[in-house]
Design a protein around this ligand. Structure first.
Ligand code: 4AD
Ligand code: MG
Length: 453
């Protein structure tokens, strides 16, 4: 039976007749035998294979080059070499597919920029193998976190008619040809539809039935921002809780980020060690810090004061009623709080219609969680549960209430205070690994002008 290298390297005893399948990282030939470094992606480490001259299949040894695939049968024996416990003494090798000299991953030490141009091959590199193993493990941790707390996983639609965030940054979905704006009623769904920017509104419908829910799926934004933190297609996790206020929402966001950091420390040790070596020396300390310390909480109005008094020259203006820019967010978390920071109660005019108006009539129950190196990873709010106020919010934001009739119904029938947030999965991964560009934590990045692969 085939065994993954991860399990072989964790063996406690030598063994006969093990079969491994993988890709050759390197081959070194000596007199009478060859060493193959075999990797199957199950872990960072390679398995060293010793192939004696004359071993069945070794007549093809020269075609077992870097990048080639092979099956090896053999005996697991203690390795005399330093830094590895086991090696495989081959009793049979089989070349599956050779690689030619054009194979781009011949040598180590390629830049992430170069590796982005070969996104189909980069998972075979040490760094990207580690990133995508961690991504998989953290996706599992997301489900574990919510399932253990009895949140119900809801699959919200990808094609939608509503712009949840009201930012108008949506990709149109149409089957019309020619002028697609002329007769939207003739379109596939009988109206204009888009790729979703958020599953929140549908998530609220389910929270107002099942109490605590979460979504975890792809999300699309036609924002033309070519930054290291924006992708046109990304994965978002959106919990929504009935009978919950802003306080409970901030608590959940904080607990969630802490749990993800803890999970990475506990289960992704080998890959984290690689990030510490090549990406971000302080990754372990950072994650431990996040797990142990409470996040700092600051009302928006206070945050504006802090920024004004900072003596910093910011590129963008700091004024009550303006959005916090990434440079402001990073100052608040990196320099002021020196820890993740939650900013809450934002001015009504810069936040979407669904947020709850505070008693002051000026601010809404919004909260953003900011982390060092990145800025916003979570955006959330307590929702407006009062029908009249919700309709007023729509008017204020110049939205047509007819477009949100079903959403308003949730306030007509058994309305409850409820709250939730959205967390960008890629931004979380950047924070956990120290990888500084969003294009490097998503398998095949979609950014303005780029949808190859
Ligand atoms: O702050 P946002 O826009 O909030 C919402 O969409 C709410 N409907 C969420 C909710 O309350 N259920 O987005 C949430 C998060 C951001 O904090 C950020 O982490 C991520 O989604 N995000 C992006 N990630 C990558 N690329 C982009 N273009 C992103 N836009 C938002
Ligand atoms: Mg936001």
């Amino acid at each position: 039976m085939r065994t993954l290298i991860k399990h072989i390297l964790a063996s406690t005893e030598p063994g006969d007749s093990i079969t491994v399948k993988g890709w050759v990282r390197t081959r070194r030939d000596s007199k009478g035998f060859s060493f193959l470094e075999l990797n199957d992606g199950s872990c960072l480490a390679n398995l060293q294979v010793v192939v004696d001259a004359g071993t069945p299949g070794s007549e093809h040894i020269t075609r077992l080059v870097t990048g080639a695939s092979a099956v090896v049968e053999g005996k697991l024996v203690p390795s005399p070499a330093q830094g590895q416990k086991w090696e495989l003494r081959a009793s049979r090798v089989e070349l599956i597919g050779t690689a030619d000299a054009a194979y781009p991953l011949q040598k180590k030490g390629h830049t992430p920029e170069f590796l982005r141009t070969i996104a189909h091959l980069r998972p075979r590199s040490n760094l990207f193998g580690a990133i995508f193993r961690l991504r998989s493990r953290l996706a599992f941790a997301v489900h574990q976190f919510f399932q253990e707390r009895d949140f119900v996983y809801v699959h919200t639609p990808i094609i939608t008619g509503s712009d949840c965030e009201g930012a108008g940054e949506m990709f149109r979905v149409t089957s019309l040809k020619g002028n697609i704006d002329e007769k939207p009623e003739a379109d596939f769904f009988g109206k204009k539809t888009y790729l979703t920017v958020s599953g929140q509104l549908e998530g609220e419908a389910f929270a107002c039935a099942l109490s605590n829910i979460y979504t975890f799926g792809p999300t699309f934004r036609a924002e033309n921002s070519n930054t290291a933190r924006h992708a046109a297609e990304f994965w978002m996790i959106e919990p929504e809780m009935a009978f919950c206020d802003l306080q409970g929402d901030m608590d959940l966001g904080e607990a969630f980020i802490k749990a993800m950091a803890q999970h990475a420390l506990e289960h992704c040790g080998e890959d984290l060690a690689l990030f510490a070596k090549f990406v971000d020396k302080g990754v372990h300390e950072r994650l431990k810090f996040v797990v142990e310390r409470p996040f700092v909480r600051v009302p928006y109005t206070e945050a504006i004061g802090i920024l004004k008094q900072s003596g910093r020259q910011f590129e963008f203006p700091v004024e009550y009623g303006l959005n916090l820019q990434s440079e402001h967010e990073r100052f608040l978390t990196e320099e002021y709080a020196k820890s993740p920071a939650t900013v809450f109660n934002y001015p009504r005019e810069i936040k979407p219609f669904y947020m709850r108006l505070n008693e002051d009539g000026k601010t809404v129950t919004a909260m953003d969680i900011l982390v060092p190196g990145i800025g916003e990873v979570i955006g959330g709010a307590q929702r407006e549960e009062r029908l009249d106020q919700l309709l007023d919010n729509m008017k204020y934001q110049k939205l047509n209430p007819d477009d949100y009739a079903w959403y308003a119904d949730l306030r007509r029938y058994g309305t409850v205070p409820h709250a939730g947030f959205g967390l960008g999965f890629e931004r979380l991964l950047m924070f956990l690994t120290g990888v500084s560009n969003i294009r490097d934590v998503i398998p095949f990045a979609r950014t303005p002008g780029n949808a190859e692969f």
